[in-house]
Design a protein around this ligand. Structure first.
Ligand code: PLP
Length: 388
């Protein structure tokens, strides 16, 4: 099978958040958008064919996952992550961000402390603040271009702030770490010791670029599984965010009951039919073949960035082990954070994510979404370099 990731899709005028919202968000109309984690590739053929069949059939009423859907989930998680998911563990939400809000509301009380590791995907903080909980931040430590967990800081904060819930980002957006098993085991031991429930946001779990496997947090053992809410979705892997389906696995009955009750309180009942159809089609061997080809392409994009960054010593490319997001330490340029973003947007005509939105540790950094055709990435990098 061959796949054409070089094809450039003109997404303008397709109600795309990435392409059609620049002016509304105060950016120049012709800016090249490499910000939100949304890929510029047409999704896998098997997904498109399944959606086409469903639309042609024409019955688009209320839907519910059936055994064929559960079988696809089981096969995917067994094959890719060596993890056995059980049918009754599944609770579906219209997205992972929705699942984060649901988990915070269901599993903590207003005023409770919720731990995150910054810099981190900004809706983590929003889910905590918007629901009247208290964010407790343990900053990741950047040393020699590599991010590590400060376990002493994290443990001290869990104790001092009486943390109830920990939202883990694994793999980590934006720093690109694929946590090693030993790191996750240490986190699990700390959480078990201090009665902390873990929401593991594993939406990027299929994007492993380094020679390494992703370890699902709940897979570490029965005890850990029992304190974990695992958030997954085919939406990043196959670029299906617009179909609004995520699969949350909760082995612990009491946690699942509380989470499900909160989903119900939000008035959400049936998952999206296109979401179900697309997920079932994606989680197949055909979907897997597309994904493997995509990963090879993304590794090529990372190599391009590596070479580009090597010739520009003031910029440090934090090469991701996972995700398709590139994180750049731009502090060496000597710009203020405002001037940095202003120059990238106005002079280079590029829309990246300013590191400050990811919280403490993000100032002076920029995040670039590399999931685009190589010609687009090349143009972006050239524009960026020449603007400075
Ligand atoms: C870590 C993480 N969680 C969740 C999401 C969004 O998930 P959803 O679109 O399913 O709400 C993203 C998207 O970038 C993400 O990076």
């Amino acid at each position: 099978m061959t796949f054409d990731f070089d094809a450039v899709l003109d997404r303008r005028g397709s109600m795309s958040l990435k392409y059609d919202s620049a002016v509304k968000r105060g950016k120049p109309a012709d800016i090249l958008p490499l910000w939100v984690a949304d890929m510029d590739f047409s999704t896998a053929d098997c997904v498109k064919a399944a959606l086409t069949r469903a639309v042609q059939f024409g019955a688009l009423g209320y839907s519910e996952p059936d055994e064929s859907f559960h079988a696809a989930l089981r096969a995917w998680f067994a094959r890719r992550h060596d993890y056995g998911v059980e049918t009754e563990w599944l609770v579906q939400t219209p997205g992972v961000v929705s699942a984060l809000y649901t988990a915070v509301k269901a599993l903590t009380e207003p005023g409770d402390a919720v731990l995150i590791q910054s810099p981190v995907y900004y809706p983590f903080t929003a889910a905590i603040l918007d629901t009247g909980r208290r964010p407790v931040t343990s900053e990741l430590v950047l040393s020699e271009g590599y991010y590590q967990i400060d376990f002493d800081d994290l443990t001290a904060k869990i104790r001092r702030e009486k943390v109830k819930l920990f939202i883990l980002c694994s793999p980590h957006n934006p720093v690109g770490r694929v946590w090693r098993r030993a790191e996750l085991e240490r986190l699990a031991a700390i959480c078990l010791r201090h009665g902390v429930v873990v929401v593991a946001d594993e939406i990027h779990q299929d994007f492993i670029l380094a020679e390494r496997r992703h370890t699902m947090f709940a897979k570490l053992g029965r005890e850990t599984e029992n304190i974990t809410v695992t958030c997954t979705s085919p939406s990043k892997t196959f670029n299906l965010a617009g179909l609004q389906l995520s699969n949350v696995f909760i082995a612990n009955k009491a946690l699942r009951k509380a989470f499900r009750a909160e989903v119900t309180l939000g008035g959400y009942s049936q998952p999206s039919l296109p979401g179900l159809v697309a997920c079932r089609a994606a989680y197949t061997e055909e979907g897997q073949a597309w994904l493997e080809a995509l990963l090879a392409y993304l590794r090529g994009n990372m190599a391009l960035i590596r070479d580009w960054a090597a010739a520009w010593p003031e910029i440090r490319f934090i090469e991701p082990e996972g995700t398709y997001l590139a994180w750049f330490d731009c502090r060496g340029l000597g710009y203020t954070a405002d001037a940095l973003t202003e120059t990238i947007e106005r002079k280079a005509g590029l829309w990246l994510d300013d590191g400050r939105i990811f919280g403490p540790g993000g100032e002076g950094f920029q995040r670039l979404n590399t999931a685009c055709p190589r010609s687009v990435l090349t143009e972006a990098l050239e524009r960026w370099r020449s603007a400075f």
